[in-house]
Design a protein around this ligand. Structure first.
Ligand code: PEP
Length: 249
């Protein structure tokens, strides 16, 4: 049975003091939940966050990583480095990485492989831009992003993959895909995975929605049969709103 997951992507926000504060606020509000919780602080605060949340049921995850094990890649972080501080899940393919850091499907394929070789779980993001949606090309774009970076994987590897559909036009814009638009795309994605693999893979894969999810719209979005949770940006920077989204399950 697939899991419900709510993951907070803190992006380049929160210094060490703010990280400690937000974690302590989250801990004070956390209840038993039917959704798995994850937070992705910046690299510099991952170790502290992991220590603070060691005994909690909030998992600390990374926002990105490099595909190489080590070497001359100034400014980069590898899977082994993440594993060495207890981080076992990484977000890959976020639209901001694709857009501002030129991460294409081929680079992401290498990152996916590196993460899997290191027994990491991957929250793999993809989604169309506004012009793709307007021209009706959104299904094609999403299909190619998934196929090009993930469809070389063996069935077994899919146990370590979480998909996150994030239409770029809805990220940080206040504009959300309607529950029907989200369900339509999630159903398409599950069908795609089913066609390439089998029922076991497609029924067990968690597909998160991301793009301006807030306490006010979370319940309606999550109530769709093919939406298994959310990847949350802005609303994850506030403990009350993040927990309200988690509690929408
Ligand atoms: C994101 O960046 O993954 C995201 C969904 O951001 P926001 O919730 O702010 O739209």
């Amino acid at each position: 049975m697939r899991k419900n997951i709510v993951a907070g992507n803190w992006k380049m926000n929160n210094d060490l003091a703010a990280t400690r504060t937000l974690i302590s606020e989250l801990e004070s509000q956390v209840k038993t939940s039917s959704a798995e919780m994850m937070i992705a602080p910046t690299f510099t605060n991952l170790l502290e966050a992991s220590k603070l949340l060691k005994e909690s049921n909030i998992e600390v995850i990374a926002q990105n990583m490099h595909f190489a094990e080590n070497g001359a890649y100034t400014g980069e972080i590898s899977a082994t480095m993440l594993k060495s501080i207890g981080v076992s899940t990484v977000i890959l393919g976020h639209s901001e990485r694709r857009e501002y850091f030129n991460e294409d499907d081929a680079i992401l394929k290498q990152k996916v492989e590196a993460a899997l070789e290191n027994n990491m779980r991957i929250v793999f993001c993809f989604g169309e831009k506004l012009e793709d949606r307007k021209s009706g090309n959104h299904f094609n774009v999403v299909e190619n992003q998934i196929k090009n970076s993930l469809f070389h994987l063996e069935t077994e590897s899919w146990k370590s993959i979480v998909l996150a559909y994030e239409p770029v036009w809805a990220i940080g814009t206040g504009e959300t895909a309607s529950p029907d638009q989200a369900q339509e795309m999630h159903q398409f994605i599950r069908g795609l995975v089913n066609t390439k693999y089998d029922d076991l893979v497609s029924e067990n894969i968690s597909i998160l929605y991301g793009g301006s999810v807030k306490p006010a719209n979370a319940k309606e979005i999550f109530s769709n049969p093919d939406v298994d949770g959310g990847l949350i940006g802005g609303a994850a920077l506030n403990a009350e709103s993040f927990m309200a989204i988690v509690n929408a399950f």
